[in-house]
Design a protein around this ligand. Structure first.
Ligand SMILES: Nc1ncnc2c1ncn2[C@@H]1O[C@H](COP(=O)(O)OP(=O)(O)OP(=O)(O)O)[C@@H](O)[C@H]1O
Ligand SMILES: O=C(O)C1=C[C@@H](O)[C@@H](O)[C@H](O)C1
Ligand SMILES: [Mg+2]
Length: 258
């Protein structure tokens, strides 16, 4: 028992040193963040995380602890991203645009790159009603869906440092726009009808395109909504010829320089 007490004292001492080093590391992160902000340099450096992990792994003397150190460092780096994002982007990043524009997939990429929480409004509605969007439309009609969507957006818009991926029709309702803009910068993921058709033609989960999955219907619906997306957007993001990662990087560049 005495031996155990001694080991616990050693652990407590170790923890003190670790906490002090964590504070020291985050002080340096804060300084780097401030300097980069002042110099207008990009804050996120793709590849930097892997570089850090490789370097620290080299420092591990006992191979048994390589995985331990790796996993702790992944956590430190993730927490560091979240810490920086909270400071740099004290608002929501709101993605709007037509079905298939990439709001969900780009939202997930942004959340991962910036260490920010992601709220996909369609996904939240599915979870809340334990049903697919298609079934909600089928069983209760579009107005019912729009009401739930309105409530969900009102709730999620209270966040202050999150990525919010909207459904394609969310910004057609003014109260949604007002709520989303209250704490958010709005990015319109713009895509031409041909691109949208190619991306979603084999997916029948979108009720407004069910039985009408053709280029002329997409073109007509998109042109009805085009002016709305354009007027609501703080930024327009081209997506037709870009990969998800490129779109994500373009948005981050705008966030950092705006
Ligand atoms: N830039 C892109 N390059 C290639 N494929 C893409 C791109 N953006 C989206 N996609 C693909 O298009 C499909 C639709 O994307 P996603 O579900 O993100 O669209 P969405 O805007 O969220 O649509 P909805 O309004 O219906 O929710 C997915 O299969 C996705 O992988
Ligand atoms: O464009 C729309 O109106 C919609 C898009 C999807 O994201 C879903 O929100 C739903 O299918 C309606
Ligand atoms: Mg989506």
């Amino acid at each position: 028992m005495e031996g155990l007490d001694k080991l616990r004292i050693d652990i407590d001492q170790c923890d003190k040193e670790i906490v002090s080093l964590i504070e020291k590391r985050f002080d340096i992160v804060s300084k780097i963040m401030e300097t980069k902000k002042q110099m207008g340099l990009p804050v996120y450096h793709p590849g930097r995380e892997e570089e850090v992990i490789k370097k620290v792994i080299k420092e591990v003397k006992d191979p048994r602890y390589q995985e331990v150190v790796k996993s702790i460092y992944r956590q430190i780096l993730d927490t560091s991203k979240t810490y920086q994002s909270k400071n740099l982007f004290p608002y929501n990043v709101v993605l709007i645009g037509f079905m298939g524009a990439g709001k969900s997939i780009v939202g997930r990429c942004l959340s991962q790159s910036l260490g920010m929480d992601i709220f996909d409004i369609d996904d939240l509605i599915k979870i809340r009603l334990n049903s697919s969007i298609a079934k909600i439309f089928e069983n209760h009609g579009e107005d019912y869906f729009r009401n739930i969507e309105r409530e969900t957006i009102a709730e999620i818009s209270k966040q202050k440092n999150a990525v919010i991926s909207c459904g394609g029709g969310a910004v057609l309702i003014n109260s949604n726009v007002n709520n989303l803009k209250e704490n958010g910068k709005v990015f319109w993921l713009k895509a031409q009808p041909e691109t949208i058709f190619q991306r979603i033609k084999d997916d029948d989960s979108r009720p407004l395109l069910r039985d009408k999955m053709n280029l002329s219907h997409i073109t007509a619906l998109l042109s009805e909504r085009w002016a709305k997306y354009k007027s609501v957007a703080d930024y327009t993001i081209e997506t037709d010829t870009y990969s998800v990662e490129e779109i994500c990087d373009n948005i981050i560049k705008l966030l950092v320089t705006s």
